[in-house]
Design a protein around this ligand. Structure first.
Ligand SMILES: Cc1ncc(C[n+]2csc(CCOP(=O)(O)OP(=O)(O)O)c2C)c(N)n1
Ligand SMILES: [Mg+2]
Length: 349
């Protein structure tokens, strides 16, 4: 099943520029992709300085996140993301400072914009997929013209929750788009130990539309998701989009991929870098040049630095805060755990 591609790895346009992308949006996609690449560098440095907990880098997957997000309408659509979707969340209006606070474990990091239908990053694999189907089913029952997009990985796609969510979406005709980011790895487990089938074909088994897309091609990702959204809004139900991509960095800052990724495989993947490809095409189309790149980088650095200032000003976290807001009335077992934990830390707050 050949993945849909509109931009070849050398930046040649092999199809048409999809509808719905004017010059501002074409440039906006480049800027958000660049932000992702630089955010990885900055966030990894912050983590090494003890300022963030764990961080999941997204380098290599920028096109899949950004192309699928730009095809949705953050004013009306729901975003139900896995943990590597920081760019989608920023597109939905999450302030970068809030995102960094969340990675620090600060309670203020849980404050999502109230005017947007944006949900927390899911770490429990695919546990958010049934919620996405439920939200979409609700939209359908209420006759609301909106859709839900739910991202997760090739590893998460093995979870029962993923299968149940897709099957229920088929049965209910829910307007939900599952974007499966097939980056070849679930931490150190390669795809062939995860499944022997083509992920996009699972759509047939549950009676929803399925597309296999070059996930390093931002135009193809945009086109496929736009089509899926139109189908969802027209009552055509759910779509599964398999974004064939590659994770160029570590799984998280707690991982060392040199222990399990072959150097040649990584080198080969670098020839399909989504940023290089899009930059080449955009430059040829007269929409990008060195001056624009420099301006974008300056804007990104300023945005990240401002976020770090917000983050620094937020102050230290009370370790006991993680027990707050779990229950209205704290059960005795949790109270005991809180006391034990704080005692182990040396009797803090
Ligand atoms: C239910 C569950 N089991 C195990 C884990 C531990 N875990 C975290 S990430 C991960 C791999 C996920 O791979 P994938 O879904 O492909 O996403 P990727 O990290 O590649 O973006 C695992 C096993 C978890 N978070 N949740
Ligand atoms: Mg994966």
């Amino acid at each position: 099943m050949e993945p849909l591609q509109l931009l070849a790895p050398d930046g040649t346009l092999t199809g048409d520029v999809p509808d719905g992308l004017d010059e501002d949006r074409l440039v906006g996609m480049m800027r958000l992709m660049l932000l992702g690449r630089r955010l990885d560098q900055k966030a990894i440095a912050l983590q090494r300085r003890g300022k963030l907990g764990t961080y999941a880098p997204l380098s290599g997957q920028e096109a899949a996140s950004v192309g699928s997000s730009f095809a949705m309408d953050p004013d009306v659509d729901h975003l139900v993301p896995q943990y590597r979707e920081q760019l989608a969340m920023l597109h939905w209006g999450l302030p970068l400072g809030t995102y960094l606070l969340q990675r620090y474990g600060h309670p203020r990091g849980a404050e999502l914009p109230e005017h947007r239908r944006l949900y927390p990053q899911q770490v429990a694999l695919a546990a958010h997929a049934p919620h996405a189907t439920g939200l979409a089913w609700g939209l359908r029952l209420r006759g609301e013209r909106a859709a839900v997009i739910c991202h997760f990985g090739d590893g998460a796609s093995s979870e029962g929750d993923a299968h149940e969510a897709m099957n229920l979406a088929g049965v209910t005709g829910a307007p939900v788009i599952f974007v499966i980011q097939n980056n070849g790895w679930a931490i150190s487990v390669p795809l062939h130990l995860q499944t022997r089938g083509v992920i996009a074909r699972r759509a047939d088994g549950v009676g929803i539309a399925g597309e296999r897309v070059d996930g390093n091609d931002v135009l193809a990702m945009y086109a496929a998701t736009r089509r899926a959204r139109a189908r969802a809004l027209d009552g055509g139900g759910a779509t599964l989009i398999e974004a064939v991509t590659y994770r160029l960095g570590a799984h998280t800052t707690a991982d060392d991929p040199t222990k399990y990724v072959d150097a040649d495989e990584l080198e080969d993947a670098r020839t399909r870098d989504p940023l290089t490809r899009y930059r080449t095409w955009l430059t040829g189309a007269g929409l990008w040049d060195e001056a624009r790149e420099e301006a974008a980088v300056a804007w990104i650095d300023e945005t990240v630095d401002e976020a770090v200032r917000v983050f620094d000003a937020a102050g230290p976290v009370d370790p006991g805060a993680m027990f707050d807001h779990v229950y209205a009335d704290e059960p005795p077992r949790l109270a005991r755990q809180r006391a034990e934990y704080l005692a182990a830390l040396g009797g803090g707050a």
